[in-house]
Design a protein around this ligand. Structure first.
Ligand code: 5AD
Ligand code: SF4
Length: 477
């Protein structure tokens, strides 16, 4: 038995005890190496993609810090981990591009350990390509087993050769491992994992697995602990938060969860992401209206304004239903900011279909919209559809949509000039050191004179000028 096999034999079977054990063993390796090098061992995590990945990266960093690494932003580190995204092909291309750079860094420092994890790694073709053409990568794992980082990295250090651990799926939710929060005053909180919607263009259900809700007691306990630790704003995270709780042993609605979260002392603001229009209940609109702690922002992905395309996308609502829902929300909560995601160039999209999307954009007047060119994802139903739209047709449509969205959003966003609103200060302004940057309840940013002592505080700010997508402001005397 070598030392790794002995460590393995002594490891507890149950989680999270097993990972606690491996964090200690990894720490021994890290301490030994830093003695050898005469300096601390550094670890750098680069995150691609969405808020879910950002949250996962905080957990990954928490494990690395517990294991004795020093965090670094610099990829010239002893351990580099890319937490990848695969929602659109350009996310994949960015990772491949940066891997070339990592290879050059590793040639200078052969002791460097390179790891890849996240959504892209759940695609077998990606893992094959890395095994074949990126031999310098030391460790690959997926989305279902990020909690095992300590064990996998320990294995990597003890055994030579590439370590690959990808799970097809999981029904496990492993809690109570360390996490390192990027901000002391705000935090993401997972309320559910995975997605069961299978929108026909989307790869997420394949790489993030089936929908699993966390128990409400676990979520509430985590948020209470965060609030005690100084967190004033939480973002409840899930691919489709509106279907939260449906599969729990004792089912609970998302609206009910929100009511309970809102009762937590010390917590001032609650956000959530992402909502699917098909599951958005009247109960949710009601609780948003009732509860001032719930931020005045709703991200409600439209994807397309054409009922024909929505059907092909498997979105389970049509144009009229979306318009009705948006109107109801805007009527019930007039100060709410409504944002969306739109895909241009889905297979079979005609000029008429695209006009329908523009029509919804003009009628709803979104505060802002993320616009995407349709990206073919291998294995999704849409990738096999025959009538893929050529680039030269999609690009001009995308430009037209972007122009429309930006024009409307600059008009809508400017409407609050002269009002006083509360901003949570997130940091110093990156361009002007005399200013700080805060986020309003409606998710719009405001820049105003202040200093580092304002960071993390909720401050009333008079909005003096609109800059299109953000405001300039001043503190009240
Ligand atoms: N192509 C383009 N955009 C996509 N999205 C998801 N899958 C694709 C795809 N294949 C967009 C959707 C979703 C957002 C997170 O990414 O608009 O809401
Ligand atoms: Fe993808 Fe649709 Fe699930 Fe969102 S709801 S993650 S777009 S399948």
């Amino acid at each position: 038995m070598d030392s790794y096999d002995m460590s393995l034999a002594a490891a507890p079977d149950r989680e999270p005890a097993r990972q606690q054990y491996f964090m200690k063993r990894l720490r021994e390796v890290v301490v030994k190496k830093s003695r050898e090098y005469g300096r601390p061992l550094t670890a750098c995590i680069k995150t691609f993609g969405c808020q879910m990945n950002a949250k996962d990266s905080e957990k990954l960093l928490g494990i690395l810090l517990r294991a004795g690494f020093t965090a670094s932003e610099d990829e010239a580190s002893d351990f580099v981990l890319y937490n990848t995204c695969t929602v659109r092909d350009n996310a994949n291309q960015r990772v491949y591009g940066r891997l070339g750079y990592l290879n050059r860094l590793k040639q200078k420092n052969p002791e460097m350990t390179i790891a890849l994890c996240g959504c892209m790694m759940q695609e077998p073709s990606v893992v094959e390509k890395i095994k074949r053409s990126y031999r310098f990568v030391d460790l690959i794992f997926g989305t279902h087993n990020i909690f095992r980082l300590a064990e996998l990295l320990f294995l990597c250090y003890e055994k030579k050769g590439m370590v690959v651990d990808i799970w097809d799926g999981t029904d496990q939710i492993v809690e109570n491992l360390p996490a390192s929060r990027k901000y002391p005053f705000k935090s993401g909180v997972n309320i559910m994992y995975g997605c069961n919607n299978f929108c026909s263009y989307c790869i997420v259900p394949y790489v993030r697995g089936r929908e699993r809700s966390r128990e409400p007691e676990d979520i509430l306990a985590e948020i209470r602990a965060l609030a005690e630790d100084g967190v004033v704003e939480v973002m409840l995270l899930g691919q489709n938060v509106n279907s939260y709780g449906k599969t729990l042993d004792v089912p609970m609605t998302f609206a009910e969860l929100l009511r309970q979260v809102a009762e937590i002392q010390g917590l001032e603001r609650i956000r959530f992401m992402t909502s699917h229009p098909k599951d958005l209940s009247d109960e949710l609109i009601e609780v948003m209206g009732d509860c001032p702690k719930i931020c005045r922002h709703l991200h409600l992905p439209l994807q397309s304004g054409s009922s024909r395309i929505l059907k092909k996308m498997n979105r389970v609502y049509d144009k009229e239903q979306y318009l009705k829902l948006a109107a109801k929300i805007q009527k019930e909560i007039p100060d709410l900011s409504l944002t969306t995601d739109i895909i241009v160039g889905f297979p079979g999209e005609t000029e008429e279909d695209f006009e329908e999307t523009l029509d919804v954009v003009r009628r709803v007047r979104f505060d802002s919209a993320f616009t995407f060119i349709y990206s073919k994802r291998t294995g999704t139903p849409a990738a096999a559809m025959e009538d893929q739209v050529p680039d030269e047709v999609v690009k001009p449509r995308f430009d037209r949509l972007l122009k429309e969205v930006q024009q409307i959003s600059s008009q809508v966003c400017g409407k609050d000039v002269g009002k006083t609103m509360t901003a949570l200060v997130e940091g110093m302004d990156t361009h002007d050191p005399s200013l700080v940057t805060g986020r309003l309840s409606n998710n719009i940013m405001v820049h105003f004179p202040g200093d580092a002592s304002d960071i993390g505080k909720l401050i009333p700010v008079m909005l003096t000028e609109s800059k299109g997508f953000y405001y300039m402001g001043k503190k009240l005397p």
